[in-house]
Design a protein around this ligand. Structure first.
Ligand code: SF4
Ligand code: SF4
Length: 284
């Protein structure tokens, strides 16, 4: 909710944004991560964020059990829910740091230790991208929609209170940052055509998103048209196509397999060179 809310606040500022969570062990209380990516240009990257500009730690006990600052840029910033002053917050890296006792704010105002809206208020103190006003508007909208108008108003007030109490300083860099094991891509981060090869199931050849022997391309109501001369050969369309209906030629130009392309338009949407356009109808 916090990541989605800061993304919504960024959109109020006229920026582009995306937000998504990552769950590890599926149990209450297990560490979880959420990511928010903000830009003034269209965002086509869909991976997790590995080198954040800003780190937000909602539970300070994580500092002792997770290398939370691993990847944080040296000129980045951090917001930490703690009673400590920023110079006592040992992130293992000296960065601009905002500390705030968001738990106390939440207990006072929401009567529950739910810190996500309070911490958003403190985030406004650590960045000059999204203003407190936009954050409060996004909280009122998002939390109001789910929990009612009064809850939206109280949560926005919690953000204001946390902003007022947040202390700006620099973090300490005493502890070593234990690097995580080199990242291994998940199935979401590698092209379907690479992750899942073609398989034989009872004599039927099947592959990512498609049965090769069934012409699923007949479902199509829009058809991608490839404008070869505009293509910069970045391979993003090949990477993203959910049906592995795009293949690469030896010089990295692409080919579209119209027998299996379902016309979703993701390739046209991600293409930075506008080298794919969607035409109406099942055929070009
Ligand atoms: S429209 Fe593009 S992304 Fe979608 S199935 Fe066809 S080739 Fe793949
Ligand atoms: S995304 Fe666009 S520019 Fe990149 S390879 Fe595909 S068609 Fe070419």
């Amino acid at each position: 909710m916090a990541a989605q809310t800061i993304a919504e606040a960024a959109i109020y500022e006229g920026l582009e944004a995306q937000a998504f969570p990552f769950f590890g062990a599926e149990r209450r209380g297990a560490p979880v991560m959420a990511f928010c990516r903000i830009d003034d240009k269209k965002i086509s990257v869909r991976t997790q964020v590995y080198q954040p500009d800003m780190l937000v730690v909602m539970d300070e006990s994580l500092l002792d059990i997770e290398p939370v600052a691993d990847g944080l840029k040296p000129n980045g910033s951090a917001v930490v829910n703690t009673k400590l002053s920023p110079d006592k917050v040992d992130l293992g890296i000296r960065v601009k740091c905002v500390s705030v006792d968001a738990t106390t704010v939440a207990l006072e105002m929401l009567k529950a230790p739910i810190v996500n809206t309070a911490i958003l208020g403190a985030m406004a103190k650590a960045n000059d991208i999204v203003t407190l006003e936009s954050i409060k508007k996004a909280i009122a909208s998002r939390f109001g929609e789910h929990l009612g108008e009064e809850a939206g108003r109280i949560n926005a007030a919690a953000a204001q209170a946390a902003y007022d109490r947040a202390v700006l300083g620099e973090s300490a860099a005493q502890r070593p940052i234990v690097k995580k094991r080199a990242w291994t891509p998940t199935w979401q981060d590698i092209p379907p055509g690479v992750a899942l090869g073609q398989a034989d199931m009872n004599g039927l050849k099947v592959g990512p998103g498609s049965a090769f022997q069934v012409r699923t391309g007949t479902w199509r109501t829009r058809t991608p048209r490839y404008l070869r001369e505009k293509c910069v050969r970045c391979a993003k369309c090949w990477f993203i196509c959910p049906d592995a209906a795009i293949s690469r030629e030896s010089d990295d130009h692409i080919q579209i397999d119209y027998d299996h392309c379902k016309g979703c338009g993701v390739c046209a949407s991600i293409c930075p060179a506008k080298a794919i356009e969607m035409a109406k109808g099942a055929k070009l």
